[in-house]
Ligand binder design. Structure first.
Ligand code: F0G
Length: 429
């Protein structure tokens, strides 16, 4: 046995090739690797050699993808079945102005918005669509706040599998809708919010023979683990003190916890960073649950400018609780104003991200101010999506549609003559 499906709640197991999203007991499933067998086979130098591009003939996605580089602990598959752009290998940035704004000596930013379709979803989708192809799925389906649908549309198009995406009408950013349409997905706009669309899709997948590729699907999370693998490898296998990420449906929080747990079990790292999951205050059911010591769990009616994380009933709650417990992590929330100001700072130093991603940076600033994070600690904030995803939110912030825009960069109108332009230039330089 190399890998099988295992219930995160009751530990029941199922074959890896069974189409199944939930356990009989209702618990969520993990891809469970045989860590004991893998432990002696895997060491840091194996992954370091692949990173340096050691030749592996006819295995192009396996060398060029920042996901498949870690294939033994993601999904062991034959190279020819892989559907890849390739994804991953994203940069880690830092900028002194941004670090000091956040209150840190150095704040590292892992930019997942620089994946092929502009978000971290590509890491999960290369694995999910590869598995869909192996299973012979006749169509792949997801509900989405936008990025998952963009990514699914692209990878399904690459694989030649029809994609059907369910999105909340009027609540997804323009860039993401454009991608779903452009990549040829059947795009169904659902009355209601993401949570309504998610409920509908779960029923569709139970009753119609189509393959679900929301993060409920365990293969998606396997790919998303590679964000953590790359961060840790990027720091020469010395894990940072904190990894801070935005949280909506909680798939990524769950994946990060599983990745850190496995790295430690495999002896590839000797300690775990702490995970800090950051929610938008208007969409913070996980934060509310955290405040009760995870004793309570209730859905909320979600509202936030960060439409990617406008989610009131996150699907991966249980697996995310496990991640916070494993890593001695925490959950916090930030307001829309804090999110948009953080975004303006990330954008303004030339890096750029979409609103949901900026929640991570706003979260770091808040946790430093509260004394939870020390300025000299090594902290990586994950920027989950690209600046170009949500032009509406960005332009709105800078053109006065946003009341408390601290760092608004208003466009100026000039008449078409040199004198006018001279006045503007002398004003700014
Ligand atoms: N950041 C961005 C840019 C996202 O698109 C998402 C989720 C998240 C953060 C939150 O990640 O759900 O794993 O906690 N987007 C999903 C979607 C829901 O449909 O694209 P999560």
């Amino acid at each position: 046995m190399i890998a099988q499906l295992e219930c995160a709640r009751c530990a029941a197991v199922y074959p890896i090739d069974q189409v199944r999203y939930l356990c009989r007991c209702g618990g969520m499933l993990d891809v469970s690797h045989d860590l004991e067998t893998l432990r002696p086979q895997l060491d840091r130098s194996l992954f370091d050699e692949r990173l340096r591009g050691a030749p592996e003939p006819q295995t192009q996605p396996m060398t060029d993808s920042g996901v498949w580089r870690y294939r033994e602990i993601i999904l062991p598959v034959a190279p020819e079945s892989i559907v890849s752009r390739p994804e991953g290998n994203t940069p880690i940035y830092q900028h002194p102005r941004l670090s000091s704004w956040a209150g840190m000596d150095v704040l590292y930013l892992k930019h997942e918005g620089e994946n092929p379709t502009g978000s971290f979803k590509d890491r999960g989708m290369t694995v999910g669509v590869t598995q869909a192809k192996r299973l012979g799925a006749r169509a792949v389906v997801c509900a989405s706040t936008g990025n998952t649908s963009a990514s699914l549309a692209a990878y399904a198009a690459l694989a030649g599998i029809p994609a059907i995406v369910f999105i909340p009408t009027g609540k997804i950013a323009a860039g993401k809708l454009a991608q779903a349409l452009a990549y040829g997905a059947h795009t169904l706009q659902v009355d209601g919010d993401f949570d309504d669309a998610m409920r509908l899709v779960r029923r569709v997948c139970d009753e119609l023979d189509v393959y679900l590729l929301n993060s409920l699907n365990p293969f998606r999370l396997e790919g998303q683990k590679s964000i953590v693998f790359e961060i840790v490898q990027g720091f020469r296998w010395q894990p940072p003190d904190w990894i801070v990420l935005p949280a909506g449906n909680l798939g990524n929080t769950a994946a990060f916890g599983k990745a850190l747990y496995e790295l430690k079990q495999l002896g590839l790292t000797d300690r775990m960073p702490r995970i800090a999951s950051v929610q938008a205050a208007g969409a913070s059911p996980f934060f509310q649950s955290y405040r009760s010591g995870f004793e309570t769990r209730s859905a909320v009616q979600a509202e936030t400018i960060a439409t990617a994380i406008r989610i009131g009933a996150p699907v991966s709650h249980e697996r995310a609780v496990r991640a916070i417990r494993w890593t001695d992590g925490l959950v916090t929330q930030v307001s829309d104003g804090e999110i948009m100001d953080a975004k303006a700072m990330v954008d303004g130093v030339g890096i750029g991200c979409e609103p949901a991603s900026a929640a991570a940076v706003a979260g770091v600033r808040k946790l430093v101010a509260e004394g939870m994070i020390r300025p000299d600690q090594r902290v990586v904030a994950v920027l989950t999506g690209n600046l170009l995803k949500d032009p509406g939110a960005t332009v709105g912030y800078h053109t006065g549609q946003w009341e408390d825009a601290t760092y608004a960069n208003r466009p100026q109108s000039v008449a078409g003559n040199l004198e006018d332009v001279r006045r503007v230039i002398e004003d700014v330089v």
